[in-house]
Write a protein that binds this ligand. Structure first.
Ligand code: MG
Ligand code: ZN
Length: 225
């Protein structure tokens, strides 16, 4: 019985996610679901991204947190549309689901929008299980988290289209073994793309921005759909 209920829940989420994906495609908006543990630097990455995308692509952000509008306030400084989802009224849910995104989409003005970033709730476990209707999943993993996280939380890394290794400016200080970290990522997802950067200093960020622009261009071509 419990399994049946869970399956129905996931099927409902899947349907809503498919609707979201259609709505986004109809409006030419490419959506990126950004996941990672609390403190890995998702919001800082978005700040740097918005700074670097200015004048190139127009973005909006859906910001997911259990509580507070702190991250949304950080991003609103860039003069973009930001929707804050607080999951506390939904029992403090530790992930976003497709229905929350559908609700947020209905409040966004799609005009002149190219990209939608969804910053998921900081958590390495269940956000990976919920399709939101995004076009790609990006995992932010920082060098401060230890090399073994991909092995401990494999689903998140297995579902990723891109792994961003953040806080590279701290790598020497923390004596992170990048060879081990990358090999652990490859063990759970052999073909995933990996970008090393520091959202704080901007080092390595041009690769990420170029990739976003490339994906957006491919998405706009009908055969890319
Ligand atoms: Mg954040
Ligand atoms: Zn959860």
């Amino acid at each position: 019985m419990r399994i049946t209920v869970l399956e129905n829940l996931m099927a409902a989420n899947q349907n809503t996610a498919a609707e979201n994906r259609r709505t986004l495609a109809d409006n030419n908006i490419y959506a990126v679901n950004i996941m990672g543990s609390p403190g890995c630097g998702k919001t800082t990455l978005l700040e740097k991204t918005l700074e670097l995308l200015a004048g190139k692509l127009r973005a909006a952000v859906i910001e997911g947190d259990v509580s507070t509008t702190l991250d949304a306030e950080r991003l609103a400084r860039f003069g973009i549309q930001v929707v804050q989802i607080n999951t506390e009224p939904f029992g403090g849910s530790c992930h976003l689901n497709a229905r929350m995104i559908a609700g947020s989409l209905s409040t966004l003005d799609f005009k002149d929008l190219d990209l939608l970033f969804i910053e998921n709730v900081g958590n390495l476990i269940c956000p990976a299980e919920f399709d939101l209707g995004e076009h790609e999943k990006v995992i932010v993993a920082s060098v401060a988290e230890g090399e073994e996280k991909p092995l401990k939380y494999p689903l998140m890394f297995r579902r990723a289209d891109l792994v961003i290794i953040n806080k590279m400016d701290l790598c020497d200080r923390l004596q992170t073994d990048m060879r081990i970290l990358i090999s652990n990522i490859r063990k759970v997802n052999p073909s995933v793309q990996i970008i090393e950067l520091s959202a704080l200093t901007g080092e390595g960020c041009s690769l990420w921005i170029d990739r976003l622009q490339g994906n957006f261009s491919a998405f706009q071509e009908p055969e890319g759909r």
